[in-house]
Design a protein around this ligand. Structure first.
Ligand SMILES: COc1ccc(/C=N/OCC(=O)N2C[C@@H](C)O[C@@H](C)C2)cc1OC1CCCC1
Ligand SMILES: [Zn+2]
Length: 344
């Protein structure tokens, strides 16, 4: 039978159409989209971007109903109870990636398969996230840390989870791809999701900087990327930047994501306290440091990454950088006075 227009049944088709008309904008409101899509933000986002906007499913003989069934399973395996690492975050990273890959400086630089891999990787990159960090899983000898020997534990688990479902016949939307395409697609998705591991941030950033220095922008204003490694590096940079893009979004959206990640960190801290473990940084709800932590995260992680991406994709990403600076000022101006130490 024919699929619903947006991949999922919605109450208000006009409201949904209006939102979908904004799908290429940076300040897209994912929280509103989650409501209008009747809590299926990831299924509808994936269908709208891959089918309606980019017609990528047809390009690779992907059966849309099978793909939708698969995405419902992926969405169901994001934990609704996670304040931050839930299906809305997966849809957010996918939509952000869709916007960056739409800029002319990278458009037509990447093949359809590379674009498909980057968007799919974004959609599945945190599936079955437990709302706990790699460090916590290792510290508590969680079975996942044992399975993956403390290395990129969550990122390996997200990938294995997504690909295991693909093994099931009624979910295997990739059966229409030829073997070579499917092999390359799998390799790229693995390389992209593994690059979302925050412990790889500094080395990834250093490599992107090297590429920016050497990158030749052709006379038609398009990036010239020679090797697979260079192309993958730029895509890894795009997906990783989208994964920590909250602070580059409009302030109300950024504040909503901040509330969510902080609550998720606090819930981890509650677990650490109960277990008698040292609390991870920023995870102690009894000693909040939200403003200072956000300013620190922006100064040391987000801004250096987005400045580099802004150089690579110049003149694009300037909207992100200006919002990032405004958002930094918002939190910087609210850092509480440290209690004056009484010199006695
Ligand atoms: C909107 O804010 C954020 C968006 C995204 C992220 C993503 N962080 O990824 C790293 C991570 O999850 N962990 C786990 C944590 C327990 O330990 C960490 C050292 C590593 C963090 C954000 O803010 C944090 C940083 C400053 C205040 C809160
Ligand atoms: Zn993520």
């Amino acid at each position: 039978g024919n699929l619903p227009k947006f991949g999922v049944e919605v109450e208000d088709e006009d409201a949904m159409s209006l939102m979908v008309s904004q799908i290429n904008t940076w300040n897209f409101d994912l929280f509103k989209f989650a409501v209008i899509s009747k809590d299926h933000p990831l299924v509808s986002m994936a269908y709208v971007i891959l089918q309606s906007e980019r017609n990528l499913l047809r390009s690779y003989n992907v059966d849309p109903p099978t793909f939708i069934k698969y995405m419902f399973v992926i969405e169901a395996n994001y934990h609704k109870t996670n304040p931050y690492h839930n299906a809305t975050h997966g849809a957010d990273v996918m939509q952000s990636c869709h916007v960056l890959l739409g800029y002319s400086v990278v458009e037509q630089v990447f093949t359809d398969l590379e674009v498909f891999a980057a968007l799919f990787a974004s959609a599945i990159h945190d599936v079955d996230h437990p709302g706990l960090s790699n460090q916590f899983l290792s510290n508590t000898s969680n079975e996942l840390a044992i399975l993956y020997n403390d290395h990129a534990v969550l990122e390996n688990h997200h990938l294995a989870t997504a690909f295991k479902f693909l093994q099931e016949d009624e979910l295997n939307w990739a059966s229409g791809m030829d073997d070579k395409q499917r092999q390359l697609f799998r390799k790229m998705v693995i390389d992209l999701v593994l690059a979302t591991d925050m412990s790889k941030h500094l080395s990834l950033l250093a490599d992107i900087k090297t590429t920016v220095e050497s990158s030749k922008v052709a006379h038609n204003g398009k990036l010239v990327l020679e090797s697979y490694n260079e192309r993958m590096l730029v895509l890894q940079g795009i997906v990783h930047s989208c994964d920590i893009s909250s602070a580059t979004k409009a302030l109300p959206i950024y504040k909503a994501w901040t509330e969510r990640i902080i609550e998720e960190f606090y819930q981890q801290g509650d677990r650490e306290r109960d277990l008698g473990l040292n609390l991870s940084p920023m995870c102690d709800r009894q000693n909040p440091s939200i403003e200072k932590s956000q300013v620190g995260f922006i100064d040391f992680i987000v801004l250096p990454l987005w400045e580099t991406l802004g150089e690579l994709m110049f003149p694009y990403c300037q909207e992100m950088l200006s919002q990032l600076n405004e958002n930094r000022m918002y939190y910087f101006s609210r850092i509480p006075e440290s209690p004056r130490c009484s010199i006695t």
